[in-house]
Design a protein around this ligand. Structure first.
Ligand code: ZN
Length: 144
């Protein structure tokens, strides 16, 4: 079952106007900054990681509605997830917006499909992937 375009628009609007997980994570384990120069979006992702689980996510920065909605949806999706599942999700999300792949998410992550439409607008793809690329870099830093 796929959600309707109207519902997708509503999800993006809701997350851009009232984004989740805004602010600092006290005693974060790792953080990373990301910039999308083509639009002017800036994001900072802070993660608290305990026993391989992302227990807390903090998002800062400012950007357009697509980048804000994407970072909010991402933060909701990855909090409570283990690192390897989060990495799989990054890959899957990027496939959805950058490739022609038909990507399906499990029910509890279905809201992420709301951003599938950006692939029709190449300029917006960078807005949608900014927070995911920043998360990917943060997880890489963790390994080093
Ligand atoms: Zn943008």
């Amino acid at each position: 079952m796929s959600l309707s375009d109207d519902l997708y628009k509503e999800i993006i609007l809701e997350h851009s106007q009232n984004p989740s997980h805004r602010g600092d994570v006290i005693d974060y384990t790792v953080m990373e900054d990301g910039v999308n120069r083509s639009c002017g979006d800036e994001v900072q992702i802070q993660l608290k990681i305990e026993d391989g689980i992302i227990t807390e996510v903090g998002v800062k920065g400012h950007g357009c509605s697509i980048s804000t909605a994407s970072s909010s949806l991402m933060a909701d999706a990855i909090e409570g997830m283990n690192i390897s599942d989060a990495k799989d999700l990054i890959k899957k999300f990027k496939e959805m917006v950058m490739d022609d792949a038909e990507v399906e998410f499990p029910e509890e992550l279905e809201d992420l499909s709301a951003l599938a439409g950006v692939k029709k607008f190449p300029v917006r793809v960078k807005c949608a992937t900014l927070s995911w690329n920043t998360l990917e870099q943060a997880l890489k830093n963790l390994q080093n």
